[in-house]
Design a protein around this ligand. Structure first.
Ligand SMILES: [Zn+2]
Length: 309
């Protein structure tokens, strides 16, 4: 026992301990390849691992920052329905889970909608944040998606959606399932209005999200090595009684089997989608984005941190 353990109260010691591990967690991230990456370096590379190329998850805001021209966009206010319609409780109260998710993400629910320009074309963009209860879809996320489609129709813009979700939100049960048909109807309205709807499936896109609005894009894109699935791998293996290939439900596998149009690296998403929109909207006057100009650094968009940190 040294003088610190002898004289400093356990509560104070635990405060010091917590602070140091929090700081470590705030500055470093462990990648799938087991490499520890300095978070600043990861942001500079659009949250793609410089060693193995793994595409890490992005918050809705970070997604907007790397996608819109000059990181300029306006968040569209979406309706927020009454919380917790079923008064759900499991190991924790749903109301408490919502509170924690809101504090963690600074979002009212899992989907944010924004409007801005991509290569000078006005677009409406939606993005799911996995940090908000696994990006799951309940009434509020359903409303946000539909509101995004309505914004696209009102302003006559294409609708681009970045999906990242485990599926429908268990704690809203049938209310969450109802969002599948509601969002599909919203996509139908976009199509009636001849507006391009482009989906980018990011890791993971699963369950009711794959089973509804995420699979209905005019063009279906996915990021490399993203899980794109409806039912889980184990459920399928137990049903078909067969061992499935290792890359089953990975975006490259899904594309090879006709479930996706393309698999595109994050740094080429802006140039690829802008070229697609130019063709779909028949905008001959828009010059394509050069791929060398394509990388937009998240770090530049973030508030500057002290060099001493
Ligand atoms: Zn890696």
């Amino acid at each position: 026992m040294n003088w610190i353990t002898k004289f400093i109260k356990p509560k104070i010691k635990s405060l010091f301990k917590k602070k140091s591990s929090d700081t470590k967690e705030a500055l470093w991230k462990t990648c799938e390849c087991k490499n520890l990456i300095y978070k600043d370096d990861l942001f500079k590379n659009l949250s793609v691992c410089p060693t193995c190329g793994f595409h890490h998850k992005l918050s809705s805001d970070d997604r907007f920052k790397i996608f819109f021209d000059n990181k300029i966009y306006e968040l569209i206010k979406t309706p927020v329905p009454k919380d917790d319609p079923l008064k759900w409780s499991d190991t924790k109260k749903y109301a408490d889970r919502l509170k924690i998710a809101r504090e963690k993400t600074n979002q009212s629910d899992a989907i944010l909608i924004a409007e801005g320009k991509l290569n000078n074309i006005l677009v409406t963009v939606g993005a799911q944040n996995f940090d908000f209860i696994g990006g799951s879809v309940g009434a509020a996320s359903g409303e946000a998606f539909i509101h995004g489609a309505q914004n696209a129709i009102d302003k006559k813009t294409p609708y681009i959606f970045f999906s990242c979700s485990g599926g429908q939100r268990l704690m809203e049960s049938a209310v969450a399932l109802a969002q599948m048909s509601r969002t599909v109807l919203a996509v139908n309205e976009l199509k009636k209005n001849n507006l391009p709807y482009v989906v980018v499936m990011t890791n993971p896109t699963a369950g009711g999200v794959t089973g509804s609005f995420a699979s209905l894009g005019d063009i279906l894109i996915a990021e490399p090595k993203a899980t794109v699935a409806f039912a889980g791998r184990r459920v399928i293996e137990n049903t078909v009684k067969e061992q499935l290939p290792e890359d089953f439900q990975m975006s490259e596998f899904v594309k090879e089997h006709g479930g996706l149009d393309m698999v595109i690296e994050r740094k080429y998403l802006r140039s690829t989608i802008s070229t697609l929109l130019t063709i779909l909207l028949k905008k001959k006057e828009v010059k394509p984005i050069s791929q060398t100009d394509n990388v937009t650094n998240i770090q530049e968009a973030l508030p500057k941190t002290s060099k001493a940190v």
